[in-house]
Ligand binder design. Structure first.
Ligand code: 2AM
Length: 176
């Protein structure tokens, strides 16, 4: 049996933005709404890869290094609730073309390397609360934080001592 690990490509949130987001979350959602995602785990997934062998991981890292994509700006001005997975999320009313191209390209590379990709349309989001199944009251407005994206990352998702940790494996710059 080959060793695999659970991987995904994602955008991190800068530390100052994470702090603003968690303060806003604490003010907007009661403790009963759901389980808050730890500040250090806040991210926007570009492509979920699932369990990946070392060989496939290498191929995906090489593909990521070949990518040519300009930086872009995210405007986080949307918030929603998916009752079935029980997720409250932060998103974008109007995702920039650069974000959609980056995600589409990484998802295509993932599929080419045998990583199952959901047929559901890509909906860029940052999960804020989990296990939020009922009684979710969404804020009337979302601040519309803006953040510049200059790089994208590969993470390993590990479950240790009863909690999920995302470990940064590699980062690639976006260049004009
Ligand atoms: P979520 O936040 O909406 O749950 C690490 O688990 C990241 O990969 C999370 O952002 C998670 O999205 C996403 N993820 C986990 N399983 C997934 C799947 N089967 N398809 C797409 N994304 C998934």
């Amino acid at each position: 049996m080959t060793d695999t690990r659970r991987l995904f490509f994602a955008l991190p949130l800068p530390e100052n933005l994470r702090q603003e987001v968690i303060q806003w979350r604490a003010a907007q959602f009661s403790a009963e709404t759901g389980r808050p995602v730890a500040a250090e785990n806040l991210h926007l997934t570009l492509a979920f890869l699932g369990e990946v062998s070392a060989n496939k991981e290498q191929a995906l890292r090489a593909a990521a290094a070949r990518l040519q994509q300009s930086p872009f700006t995210l405007t986080l001005d949307d918030c929603g609730h998916w009752p079935r997975p029980g997720v409250v999320w932060l998103g974008l009313r109007s995702p920039p073309r650069g974000l959609l191209q980056l995600a589409q390209w990484l998802r295509a590379q993932a599929a080419r390397n045998g990583c199952y990709q959901s047929p559901m349309p890509y909906h860029p989001h940052i999960s804020l609360l989990r296990q939020a199944f009922t009684g979710v009251s969404l804020p009337a407005a979302t601040p519309g934080w803006q953040t510049e994206v200059n790089a994208f990352n590969l993470y390993h998702s590990a479950f240790e001592n009863g909690r999920t940790r995302y470990m940064l494996l590699e980062s690639w710059p976006l260049a004009a």
